[in-house]
Ligand binder design. Structure first.
Ligand code: ADP
Ligand code: MG
Length: 316
């Protein structure tokens, strides 16, 4: 099967999106973003052995790359539009491609987005999803809008992604149900698009948690020129994680584990009530702290500063 047959069979799927004028098949995709909105654009690359274990099932690899890419759109309050896929494969294995394609299009369905193009080459297994989203002018959520006094919240639970990777690497043994839940948190991290869209009108700043809470909150704080106090006793931790590791380890992963793809965002004090009115529950958000003057991230009960040994994941 040559490259063009491969694209046709596994990636060139019908879509009913009239904003896509030309999808797969020409030199470029031609698309018509919503008039009057701004485009938000992001890529996510996953390298075998680096971002996922070599023995990961292909449908999970595909799911993970797309969910992670779309998470950046959620963090900006953008609505997903479409995506491209760059695929570097060591060989063209039909059953692998079948499963990969299924995982990819299942994930795309979650967000109502279509694959509009890409690139296919031979080499060590590496996958890049490039996503476009859009939002009305003035509603994009930046990292840079937090002010002292703003309240800090996160969506979902923290630490599950790191625990899921440990399960996948066979470094963590737990009961079957917790193991499956944690593994799925790592491989299928559903991007918090709904939360992002609602936060357009409520949050002063937002970021998605890919490298770890402390590290990503610090990025938000640096961009905003502020510091933060977080109450570690309030961090949302799942029952599955608590059932699987000692509390200390759960907290450590919640603070710096990474791979959670939840949102961390700040809300001005006079907007915090509105956040409650919108149903903190339906958004599944938890208060964790407050933005302060100065710089750095501190534990609010002990005053301890999370410094160098608390940085999240970095590649270099
Ligand atoms: P070009 O040589 O002009 O870059 P290609 O021959 O690489 O084009 O690709 C042919 C068409 O298939 C293009 O429309 C491209 O966007 C699409 N394509 C290539 N690889 C993929 C892929 N992995 N997934 C989706 N579309 C792809
Ligand atoms: Mg060309």
């Amino acid at each position: 099967m040559n490259e063009f047959e491969l694209i046709k069979k596994y990636f060139d799927k019908k879509h009913g999106d009239e904003r896509i004028i030309v999808g797969i098949g020409d030199d470029c995709a031609v698309v018509a973003p919503p008039v009057g909105q701004q485009l938000a654009v992001s890529s996510d690359t996953q390298v075998a052995g680096r971002h996922f274990p070599h023995d990961t099932l292909p449908d999970l690899i595909a799911a993970r790359v797309l969910h992670c890419a779309v998470s950046d759109l959620a963090a900006m309050g953008a609505e997903p539009l479409w995506f491209t896929l760059s695929l570097t494969l060591p060989l063209s294995d039909q059953s692998w491609l079948e499963s990969f394609s299924k995982g990819l299009f299942d994930a795309a369905k979650d967000y109502g987005i279509s694959l509009v193009g890409g690139d296919t080459t031979k080499g060590p297994l590496t996958i890049t999803a490039h996503v476009h989203g859009s939002a009305p002018d003035e509603t994009i959520l930046y990292r840079s809008g937090a002010l002292p006094g703003d309240q800090i919240f996160v969506t979902g639970t923290l630490g599950d992604g790191a625990a899921g990777l440990a399960v996948a690497q066979r470094n963590l043994n737990t009961d079957d149900e917790s193991a499956e839940y944690l593994r799925r948190c790592f491989f299928v991290p559903k991007a918090r698009i709904k939360a992002g869209l609602l936060l357009r009108y409520l949050a002063s700043a937002a970021i998605d948690i890919s490298d770890g809470l402390v590290s990503d909150l610090n990025h938000l704080c640096v961009a905003s020129g502020v510091g933060a106090k977080i109450d570690t006793s309030r961090l949302p931790i799942s029952a599955a994680l608590l059932a699987s590791v000692p509390t200390r380890q759960a907290l450590d992963w919640a603070l710096k584990g990474g791979d959670d793809y939840q949102l961390c965002f700040t809300v001005a004090p006079d907007q915090a009530e509105e956040l409650s009115a919108h149903g903190k529950q339906s958004l599944d958000v938890t208060w964790i702290g407050e933005i302060v003057d100065g710089e750095g991230i501190f534990e609010s009960n002990t005053g301890q500063r999370f410094d160098d040994d608390f940085t999240g994941f970095t590649h270099f």
